[in-house]
Design a protein around this ligand. Structure first.
Ligand SMILES: Nc1ncnc2c1ncn2[C@@H]1O[C@H](COP(=O)(O)OP(=O)(O)OP(=O)(O)O)[C@@H](O)[C@H]1O
Ligand SMILES: [Mg+2]
Length: 454
């Protein structure tokens, strides 16, 4: 019998996206646009799993979770949350949510999370494998962009690919660090050898040594056989150390040693193993700051960044938006077998006006959802589900679009002070209130900027 999933979200379009993608997997899907209707649905249907938005205008996802707890419903809940409210999502896990996903999410990620909690391990493994196969159908992923900044990055990638030097890729989340690492590997002479990816956050420290360097039989209680580590598997090819900033200092020493000596021993072993591996690492952390804080070894940092490639955030190469948008549109049209669909002028405008804090990943995910939502041949602005708090539409003044040069914080501060004072007719208490600072802080700043007191 089909498993029953209840989806709760005040955003109708979001409900529709999730419904479409889950019915495709043969689940029975129930929708609720408020916690109130969700509660009714719980009583009427025998729900196996709940997917709930966190931020809703009346009762929130957290309220719902508390209510489920108080009423003894042991139904797994997956929280859906915006980038900006991840902390609350973590809090929701403390209240008993089994997992959370961050909006905008990839539909495959949603499906995987759902199957993980609905099926026993074996079954969900099978499902995940099928999904993963779908995901990896495209062997070479294209690195899109032709702005000056991206061209420079591509040139640097080509140049560095020809060498064996270690490469450090930096950039905000979703800017394309992993896909760039793939490009470099494919441009190098090592393209026919493995590219092995290691995510430094996901491996617990106790396992990282054996994961990277392997172990010999008997090295641990459960080491029944010899095991090759990632460095051996990658021999002749490339190792991609992702999120290197989160690697523990104990593991950093080990990496430093392989870089210096080009050889290592398996855990518990006593023979030296020589490998020829090119190292590409990536991080969205500021490693220099991590060094200052004593979390990252300076000597390793310099070893890793013989070439350093920094990918700028999407808002700094908006010239590529059109090309990227077209690329993702045609990719998802193919994936979903949709022949004719395009963006309306207004929808494109909405994409161009947005500041893309989640970068290219966010753009890709939003376009996938828009393609699914579109009815007829046109994608309308409503099909583009953008979290309102990040959207610069003229009514949101929490984000200021700063010009590249010429304006200083001091000037902005002075302007704000003058604006607040004029709005409040020189009443300092009111002006301070408008700026959210104390009256004495206001007076201090007025003096600093030589603004006369009335
Ligand atoms: N230049 C690009 N051309 C095409 N697709 C891109 C490009 N940059 C990023 N993408 C797509 O955006 C998504 C995120 O990219 P990627 O995983 O490389 O980001 P990342 O920088 O490693 O992010 P994180 O720091 O969060 O791990 C991927 O699905 C990738 O295919
Ligand atoms: Mg990454």
């Amino acid at each position: 019998m089909a498993k029953k999933i209840l989806v709760v979200d005040d955003e109708k379009k979001m409900l529709r996206v999730i419904e479409l993608s889950l019915t495709e997997e043969n689940y029975e899907v129930f929708l609720a646009s408020s916690v109130k209707t969700a509660k009714e649905s719980i009583f009427e249907n025998d729900i196996d799993l709940i997917i709930s938005d966190l931020k809703m205008p009346e009762e929130t996802g957290l309220d719902f979770l508390k209510w489920l707890n108080e009423n003894g419903f042991a139904i797994p809940v997956i929280m859906v949350t915006a980038f900006a409210t991840v902390e609350t999502a973590v809090e929701s896990m403390k209240l008993g949510a089994v997992d959370y996903i961050i909006k905008p999410f990839k539909l495959i990620e949603l499906k995987q999370t759902v199957s993980r909690y609905l099926f026993c391990k074996e079954e969900s493994k099978k499902e995940e494998n099928i999904l993963l196969k779908k995901k990896h159908r495209r062997k070479f992923r294209e690195f899109i962009g032709s702005s000056e900044k991206i061209i420079k990055i591509k040139e640097l990638a080509k140049k560095s690919a020809k060498t064996t030097a270690n490469i450090l890729i930096t950039g905000e989340t979703g800017t394309g660090k992993e896909i760039l690492a793939e490009l470099i590997h494919n441009l190098s002479d090592r393209r026919d050898k493995p590219l092995i990816k290691v995510n430094c956050t996901s491996i617990p420290f106790e396992l990282i040594e054996s994961e990277l360097f392997g172990h010999v039989k008997g090295a641990y209680t459960h080491a029944y056989t010899d095991k090759e580590g990632k460095f051996e598997i990658a021999n002749g090819g490339t190792i991609f150390l992702d999120e290197i900033g989160s690697m523990k200092p104990e593991a950093q020493v080990k990496i430093l040693r392989v870089i210096q000596e080009k050889e290592f021993q398996r855990v518990g072993g006593n023979t030296n193993i020589k490998v020829d591996v090119r190292l590409i690492s990536a991080t969205n952390e500021n490693l220099q700051k991590a060094i200052k804080e004593g979390r990252f070894r300076e000597d390793l940092y310099y070893r890793l960044k013989v070439f350093q490639i920094n990918i700028p955030p999407l808002r700094e190469h908006k010239e590529d938006l059109e090309e990227l948008t077209n690329f993702f549109l045609s990719k998802f049209k193919t994936d979903y077998g949709i022949e004719k669909v395009e963006f309306s002028k207004k929808a494109l405008q909405k994409i161009f006006d947005y500041n893309w804090l989640g970068n290219i990943r966010e753009l890709e995910n939003i376009i996938e959802q828009a393609v699914i939502l579109s009815e007829g041949n046109l994608i309308e602005p409503d099909d583009i589900i953008i979290e309102s708090q990040q959207y610069i539409d003229g009514t949101d003044d929490s984000l200021i679009d700063l010009p590249d040069t010429g304006i200083k914080l001091e000037e902005i501060e002075k302007k704000l002070l003058l604006q607040a004072l004029s709005k409040s007719n020189g009443n300092q208490t009111k002006a301070a209130g408008l700026l959210g600072i104390s009256r004495s802080a206001l007076r201090y700043r007025m003096e600093k900027h030589k603004i006369p007191f009335k």
